[in-house]
Design a protein around this ligand. Structure first.
Ligand code: ZN
Length: 872
């Protein structure tokens, strides 16, 4: 019984990093030179840092250079071999006598073995980097924190046939060839930047080129680098880039600041894209498009992400973040900017609706679950886990509210002041708020709570009509979230209108700013009770609880002049009905009445000649299962699924002729990228979706015909999506054709996986299991993993199988993937963390899988943190 010495030590839990503990860096690094001898499996990196003691910090004599898995081969201080360095964890520590020194360190790294895709890694024979947030420390020892800004000089040499293209940030300053088949390139970036914005690419790539002349007359050379064969699919990305550069000059007064702007597309990428200075690196899915292989949604996503990364040049690079708690400083603001850009490029109302739909599907559940955090978090263990819908999308909504409060012109004065004050700095969210306050002339004292408090505020509405007066009372509550049991009232700007029932018009919109827990407003001169239209344009990211009658909602769906409010009325009409149905509160008569109200509203939308088809499509889309499930405590997800499908079936039958006409009408519209043609494509597949819920045979015939006639991916994917949900012989034929037709095109094969993983088919879970064994499936490509498993986890009908098979399948994946790519594995945890929201039987099964993961000793820090928080 003396075996205590053999008891394995529990691994030390990862430290918790707290925002309150921020200290300025003890040492600054004004310059760094990097020298790479490139090879796929043994790249030698020599880094030379000019370091200076930071006068603004408490002067520690110890220089801490972060490292992650690096081994120092040699350490020189001022050119002399230095032997007093030591390692602490992965970090290299050196005690330095003076105030300024030159440090040189050499390491060798293996990009081919880097399956985490963080740092320098290999993808299809090319070398590329991803350094945000903490990947640079996997390349070189460095104070890897965003408030250390350096001027970078990069030299790289490598085999010319393997790596004909050599790229880094900034400008090329030298190139040369050696007799042994190697060549070299030197790059210099004049703009000081944090290490997370460093990038290097070496590979066999071809460029599509164009130019942009800035408003001050400088010519910028633009290039998009892809693998040979893909260059014909870069046109849309290039047009989007040029449009973004122009838009940022016109709308935010921001001009590009280098002579060249390079984009590289890579197939293996953890995120969507990365804004490295002058050398953006993109997931191929946000670059490559042509009508045959990319849907209209893909085109929109490319336009948005290209713009997003370009806009980071100012909101992110010229002004960066002081520390990672400030992530929303650059991400929230840049998402708002890309949303505004896309709204200007296409249909603003449709863009707004899509953005709100994403917020409700992804961010609302996050904000009401165990992973809820403020847009400026207070603590983390692994920062990669905080690249969330909250930091990005709610962050954008919070800044959008500032535009509502100030108006766009005054808001622009605020952003001008922000860029002027903080250009070249690593700033905080507080700096941003202060600049908007000063520049736009707003008092944002209480508004700052949006940065500190998590949780989606809920606003309960009552409208009482007495005599000629309508009194509107609003009561706000911010629900408790982890670590924040008590909340203070928020500033909630609500664009509001009261409609006259008789005229179908309102008397002008007002901005009501709710700042107290409860407030009332009186409106005179209403002989009849008016109809309330509130949170128009979704002016605040809150959940409105308004006891609107079906009649009022139908009225708004027909009359509201705010397109978002019209959409919202349609959604609310369906939400109220389905929530009541799921909760078993509907008598047969009530069910009939509810369905008829919805059916009439949909028929009106189908017939309304004033609507364009893109907007018509938005009004016809039923609220998603995850948004519906959010409204119901201890929900049985299969009940939500069944009720929603039943309603779809009823609408498919009742409006059968209208759906058939719609499908016929839209099928006659030829392919183009015009709004009209895109609207027709959207409605075409939507009609099939409703028909499929009513008459599988007819839907299968029509879908097969649409598939066979398709000259574009939107139609083809839409038809295949419908077929995938049906038990029909056309299903297998079309799936086989699709796979053959696009074999070798990774992005389209991803669609093949996700269509099956997301399908309504009763055996979708078995399909997912089989697909995991398919020769085309791999755990090393994040797009492929997401196509199969993230899609599956969002498919409530399959994922929430009552026996827990879906939960087990996802947990198996997380455990298998974690050693390969902890970052992507951690992104699969949140669906299991929703256990508190579902009925007790499933909740137990979900918890069991989380506990099973938690019991594994060697989890990545990423998965460990997400699983632990999900169980708390
Ligand atoms: Zn971003």
């Amino acid at each position: 019984m003396n075996d205590l010495s053999n008891t394995p030590l529990a691994p030390a839990p990862a430290p918790v990093i707290n925002r309150a503990d921020y200290r300025p860096p003890a040492w600054l690094v004004p310059e760094i030179a990097l020298d790479f001898a490139l090879s796929l499996d043994a790249t030698r990196v020599k880094s030379t840092l000019k370091v200076e003691r930071n006068a603004a910090a408490d002067g520690s004599a110890t220089l801490r250079l972060n490292g992650d898995g690096l081994v120092a081969q040699e350490v020189l201080v001022d050119g002399q071999a230095h032997n007093d360095w030591r390692m602490e964890g992965g970090d290299l520590l050196i005690d330095l006598p003076g105030d300024a020194h030159e440090i040189s360190v050499e390491t060798v790294i293996n990009p081919a073995a880097n399956t985490q895709l963080s740092g320098l890694y290999a993808s299809n024979g090319m070398l590329c980097t991803q350094c945000e947030a903490e990947g640079f420390r996997r390349i070189a020892f460095f104070p890897d924190r965003p408030d250390v800004l350096s001027v970078y000089s990069v030299r790289m040499a490598g085999d010319k046939s393997a790596f004909p293209v050599l790229l880094s940030n900034g400008n090329p300053v030298a190139a040369g060839e050696a007799a042994d088949g190697t060549h070299l390139a030197e790059w210099h970036d004049p703009w000081p930047k944090p290490s997370y914005l460093f990038a290097l690419v070496a590979g066999d790539l071809v460029a599509t080129r164009d130019q942009f002349v800035t408003r001050s007359g400088r010519t910028v050379d633009l290039a998009i680098y892809v693998r040979a064969g893909d260059e014909a699919r870069t046109g849309h990305a290039m047009r989007s880039l040029i449009a973004s550069m122009k838009w940022d000059e016109e709308v935010y007064g921001r001009e590009y600041d280098l002579d060249l702007f390079n984009i590289v597309a890579v197939a293996d990428f953890n995120a969507g894209a990365m804004e490295n200075k002058g050398l953006n690196i993109f997931n191929t899915r946000y670059i490559l498009a042509d009508p045959e292989t990319a849907t209209d949604a893909d085109y929109d996503a490319i336009e948005g992400v290209v713009a997003h990364e370009y806009f980071h040049n100012w909101s992110g690079n010229r002004v960066t973040c002081r520390d990672w708690f400030q992530l929303s400083l650059k991400e929230g603001f840049t998402v708002l900017r890309d949303q505004q850009f896309s709204a200007d490029m296409g249909s603003a109302p449709v863009k707004r609706i899509e953005d709100v739909r994403i917020l409700r599907a992804a961010q609302f559940p996050e904000d009401s679950g165990p992973l809820a955090h403020p847009i400026r978090p207070d603590s983390y263990q692994e920062i990669s886990n905080f690249y969330t819908a909250t930091v990005y999308n709610k962050g954008a909504e919070v800044i959008r509210m500032m535009t509502v409060l100030a108006g766009l012109d005054r808001f622009r004065k605020g952003t001008d002041l922000y860029f002027e004050r903080h250009d070249g700095e690593a700033a905080t969210c507080e700096d941003f708020v202060k600049a908007i306050e000063d520049g736009a002339g707003l008092d944002l004292a209480q508004f700052r709570r949006w940065y500190a408090q998590a949780g989606t505020p809920r606003v309960d509405v009552s409208l009482v009509h007495e005599g000629e007066t309508a009194t509107l009372t609003l009561r706000q509550t911010v629900p408790p979230t982890p670590g924040q049991p008590e909340k203070l009232p928020m500033v909630i700007p609500l664009r509001t209108a009261l409609f006259d029932r008789a005229t179908g018009k309102h008397r002008g919109e007002e901005l009501l700013v709710l700042t107290e827990a409860e407030q009332s407003w009186a409106f005179d001169g209403f002989a009849q009770a008016p109809v309330l239209s509130i949170n128009r344009g979704f002016s605040a990211p809150v959940a409105i609880r308004s006891p609107s009658s079906n009649e009022d909602l139908v009225f708004l769906a027909e009359h509201d002049d705010d397109p978002f409010a019209r959409y919202e009325a349609m959604q609310q009409l369906v939400v109220q009905h389905l929530v009541a149905a799921v909760e078993g509160q509907l008598s047969d008569a009530e069910r009939d009445a509810g369905r008829r109200a919805i059916g009439d509203a949909i028929a009106a939308v189908l017939a309304d000649p004033a609507l364009d088809d893109l907007m018509r499509g938005e009004l016809l889309i039923l609220p998603g299962e995850s948004y519906l499930a959010e409204q119901i405590p201890a929900v049985d997800p299969s009940r939500v699924h069944d009720e929603r499908e039943a309603l779809k079936g009823w609408l498919g039958t009742t409006l059968g002729a209208a759906w058939r006409d719609l499908h016929d009408r839209c099928s006659a519209v030829p392919y183009s990228l015009s709004a009209e043609a895109r609207g027709a494509r959207k409605l075409k597949t939507l009609a099939l979706v409703f028909l499929a819920a009513a008459d599988a045979g007819e839907a299968a015939r029509r879908a097969k015909a649409q598939y066979d006639a398709a000259d574009n991916m939107t139609d083809r994917q839409g038809a295949l999506m419908v077929l995938c949900g049906l038990e029909t012989p056309e299903r297998a034929t079309a799936l086989a054709d699709f796979h053959d037709r696009f074999a070798g095109n990774m992005l389209v094969i991803d669609k093949w996986f996700s269509l099956q993983a997301g399908s309504l088919h009763p055996h979708a879970i078995d399909h997912v299991k089989a697909l995991a064994e398919h020769a085309d499936f791999t755990l090393t490509n994040p797009n492929r993993v997401r196509a199969l498993y993230i899609t599956f986890a969002a498919n409530a009908g399959a994922f929430h199988a009552a026996d827990g098979e879906g939960y087990k399948l996802l947990a198996d994946l997380i455990l298998q993937l974690d050693p390969i790519n902890g970052n992507v594995a951690a992104r699969c945890v949140p669906p299991l963390g929703r256990w508190r929201k579902v009925e007790p039987g499933r909740a137990k099964l979900m918890r069991e899988q989380l506990e099973r993961i938690a019991a594994v000793p060697d989890l990545s820090r990423d998965v460990r943190e997400q699983v632990t928080r999900s169980l708390e």
